[in-house]
Design a protein around this ligand. Structure first.
Ligand code: GDP
Ligand code: IMO
Ligand code: MG
Length: 443
């Protein structure tokens, strides 16, 4: 039995959805541990595109149980929109397939409203959030005001908690000229969700423990990326949850030793959506060309993603913070045909070369990246699945990245579809049962 943690090593959108869907056949359970419907995980199956926001990216494999841990924040409206969309496409997303932790915090109607006010107040310092109410829901969790899914199972408790929240927030809402909060209307809406959500609710920690005792394999799924982590990211330009490896244990109620391996999903270049520092950003035509070739538009908000060169300082940091064992390198096909490919190997700051990643935006905004220019390759990588078919210049490029980030590459993704993937079995062997993945691919 081996449980694998899959997470992003940059600022999100590394291609986690594709890789989680691809590897799922080797696991009985896929369990997400943080974030909410700020995430957008794209999966393509035989020309059909499916974007998942809250539901784990294992849902397209009928035998797999998908788990939403206590570490997430859940909007019931977004959850049921997603289950309805999946059902409409013939995917069962009912309680037999999806389990939701009783400890998950609910996004309430006041969360997106107050988020818009706080983003506006920041002016040019705004974070550029997805405005889904994610941050304010985590604020209430930390403030011990939050409403949890388990509270839906006793309507008296639910009514009282909503009343307490409205009493606490109403003066603030009034001060900002927002509409008055109607506790009774919110109660009626959430009492309605209570009936629908009830069958999904589980003690997730106990459920995972039982499954592991039966010898089942768990894939722990991270959303966002290491540099958006609340503690280890480029604070305050981060999301409000623990997207790094430590979040998996607290976000699901499992011990740290249940995680047997960590696979870091890493894009062959860098992207970022929203505000915040980005040392290797390409602000001109080349950045826009890469964005167009890589289809770099937010899967949740549709915003164009900022693009830049691969930043080995940032990814080496992410590998350390998460204890990444192996990397899945995604989207190198987008870089084909460039004469040379610069890779950032260090930052120059106040006359010194920084070898490790500073998370402070006021430092990152001033660093000057140092680049090593690697020869590009002219051959298309698109759709490659055989390691022997990869051009030598590209293989050399991968070896340099491995050295710079001090971590081996075990998977190379060369397109959006499951089959467009190169595996290096000797690197992946201990973490994923490749025979099960390959058997499913063949179906
Ligand atoms: P996630 O949030 O990490 O799951 O990533 P997103 O789904 O937000 O963004 C990744 C985008 O890249 C999606 O549109 C994927 O379909 C696409 N993608 C994933 N892997 C590859 C790849 O190897 N090559 C190309 N060209 N596109 C890819
Ligand atoms: P996936 O899982 C990329 C960014 C937002 C914003 C910041 C805070 O698809 O990789 P939030 O709404 O979370 O409070 O916004 O975090 N962000 C993401 N960027 N991919 C994501 O998820 C993201 N989720 C949040 O753009 O800069
Ligand atoms: Mg995404």
């Amino acid at each position: 039995m081996a449980n694998l943690l899959v997470l992003g090593t940059q600022w999100g959108d590394e291609g986690k959805g594709k890789i989680v869907d691809l590897l799922t056949p080797a696991f009985e359970v896929v369990a997400r541990y943080q974030g909410g419907h700020n995430a957008g995980h794209t999966v393509w199956v035989r020309g059909r595109k499916i974007v998942l926001h809250l539901i784990p990216s294992g849902i397209l494999h009928p035998g797999t149980l998908c788990v939403i841990g206590n570490g997430l924040v859940l909007s019931p409206a977004a959850f049921f929109k997603e289950t309805d969309d999946l059902e409409a496409q013939g995917v069962d997303a009912g309680p037999a397939r999806v389990a939701v932790s009783r400890g998950v915090h609910l996004i309430m109607p006041w969360h997106p409203l107050s988020e818009r006010v706080s983003e506006d107040r920041r002016g040019d310092k705004k974070i550029g959030t997805t405005c889904r109410g994610i941050g304010p829901a985590y604020e209430d969790k930390a403030a011990r005001l939050g409403v949890r899914a388990g509270d839906l199972t006793d309507l008296r408790v639910l009514r009282e908690k909503i009343a307490d929240n409205v009493a606490a927030k109403d003066p603030v809402f009034r001060a900002f000229g927002l509409p008055a909060l109607d506790a009774e209307a919110v109660y009626r809406e959430y009492a309605g969700w209570a009936e629908k959500l009830g069958p999904y609710l589980r003690d997730v920690s106990e459920l995972l423990d039982e499954r592991m005792k039966r010898g089942e394999n768990i894939l722990f799924e991270g959303a966002q990326g290491a540099l958006l982590d609340l503690d280890h990211g480029t604070y305050p330009f981060v999301t409000s949850s623990s997207s790094t490896a430590g979040g998996a244990a607290t976000g699901l109620g499992v011990g740290p030793r249940t995680i047997h391996g960590v696979l870091g999903i890493t894009k062959a270049y860098t992207t970022r959506v929203g505000g915040g520092p980005f040392p290797t950003e390409l602000e001109g035509e080349l950045g826009r060309t890469i964005a167009a070739r890589g289809d770099e538009f937010g899967a949740t908000t549709g915003r164009p993603r900022r693009c830049g060169w691969f930043d080995a300082v940032a990814v080496r940091y992410a590998c350390r913070v998460n204890g990444v064992d192996r990397i899945a390198l995604t989207k190198p096909d987008v870089l084909a045909g460039l004469g040379e490919i610069p890779v950032c190997t260090g930052y120059r700051y106040k006359g010194q070369v920084l070898k490790s990643f500073p998370t402070e935006p006021w430092i990152l905004e001033k660093v000057v990246p140092e680049y090593r220019r690697l020869p590009g390759w002219s051959e298309s990588l698109h759709g490659a699945a055989d390691p022997g078919s990869l051009p030598q210049t590209f293989v050399d490029y991968v070896r340099v990245l491995e050295d710079l980030v001090e971590t081996k590459v075990a998977i190379i993704s060369t397109g959006v579809e499951r089959g467009q993937t190169v595996f290096f079995p000797s690197e992946l062997g201990g973490f994923v049962d490749l025979a099960r993945v390959r058997a499913a691919e063949a179906v």
